[in-house]
Design a protein around this ligand. Structure first.
Ligand SMILES: Nc1ncnc2c1ncn2[C@@H]1O[C@H](COP(=O)(O)OP(=O)(O)OP(=O)(O)O)[C@@H](O)[C@H]1O
Ligand SMILES: [Mg+2]
Length: 258
């Protein structure tokens, strides 16, 4: 959560409406990195409770979801987040958008697990002692009480991923953006976190290569080469995506046999 900006004494007038629906509006959005086009021509309005994002490696999923919390800013088109133009919404996004990184090492910044969880609570206004007590309680309620004093750097990959998810969940943001959050978790932790996520009242945008995790979602966005290839309900988009992969594998096998 290194992108969080410290509270400043001077309060700016708020521009975001946390209840805005849609919460994100993309108008012909493009994104370049290092002079290379990564995303292009994205026009979308996002308001659904559960949105899944799929696509092959390098198709632009992480870049796309990073636009939702200001980690990336578009260089073409216009983006509205929580009812405000993206660049004006930027300072308020950490309050409304919780982001779980694909790689936990990009997210975890504190020496111990307890501090990692407590940090967000401090940012929301709790004092240090209260934050730490609430962090311990939260960890215990999620089956991780024994990790509270552990150095984050010494956790396993899956444990780190779990702590990064909890560090975001504890802040109860309006929108949770999860970039492949379950990839390293064991079956028990996956079940726990998936059930927890599904029970949350908050909106979720989740990137996943495991299509099973997205079956009950409201809407699926399929990205291909930085463009929207398909957008619709899971029972339409997921089979189409699987069929496309089978077709590609078939073509590759035919070429290899030549
Ligand atoms: N920091 C960066 N600098 C240069 N190019 C980048 C950077 N981040 C991403 N890209 C490029 O943008 C494209 C999309 O990357 P992105 O990480 O968004 O894909 P992805 O769909 O999330 O892939 P994966 O499934 O492997 O996580 C890739 O071609 C990648 O090389
Ligand atoms: Mg990615």
């Amino acid at each position: 959560m290194a992108y969080w900006r410290k509270n400043t004494r001077k309060q700016r007038p708020r521009v975001c409406d946390p209840e805005a629906s849609p919460y994100a509006e993309f108008h012909d959005i493009g994104l370049s990195i290092g002079g290379r086009r990564i995303l292009q021509g994205l026009s979308l309005t996002l308001s659904e409770h559960r949105i899944g994002v799929i696509g092959l490696n390098g198709s632009g999923k992480s870049s796309f979801v990073r636009l939702l919390n200001g980690l990336r800013t578009p260089d073409a088109g216009s983006l509205t987040l929580f009812g405000a133009p993206g660049e004006r919404a930027l300072p308020e996004l950490p309050r409304h958008v919780g982001f779980v990184f694909q790689n936990p090492d990009h997210q975890a910044i504190f020496p111990t697990v307890e501090e990692e969880i407590a940090f967000g609570l401090t940012q929301l206004g709790a004092d240090k002692t209260e934050s730490r007590a609430r962090a311990r309680d939260f960890l215990a309620r999620h089956g991780c009480g024994q990790l509270a004093d552990s150095p984050v750097a010494e956790l396993s990959g899956g444990q780190k991923q779990l702590i990064c998810i909890l560090a975001v969940l504890v802040m109860e943001p309006r929108l949770l953006v999860l970039d492949e959050p379950l990839t390293s978790l064991d079956a028990l932790a996956t079940g726990r976190i998936r059930d927890k996520l599904l029970s949350l009242p908050q909106k979720i945008v989740m990137v996943s290569h495991d299509l099973g995790h997205l079956a009950g979602f409201d809407r699926i966005l399929w990205l291909e080469d930085g463009r929207l290839r398909m957008d619709g309900p899971p029972d339409t988009v997921l089979p189409a995506y699987s069929a496309d992969i089978r077709r590609r594998l078939g073509t590759e096998a035919e070429l290899a046999a030549l």
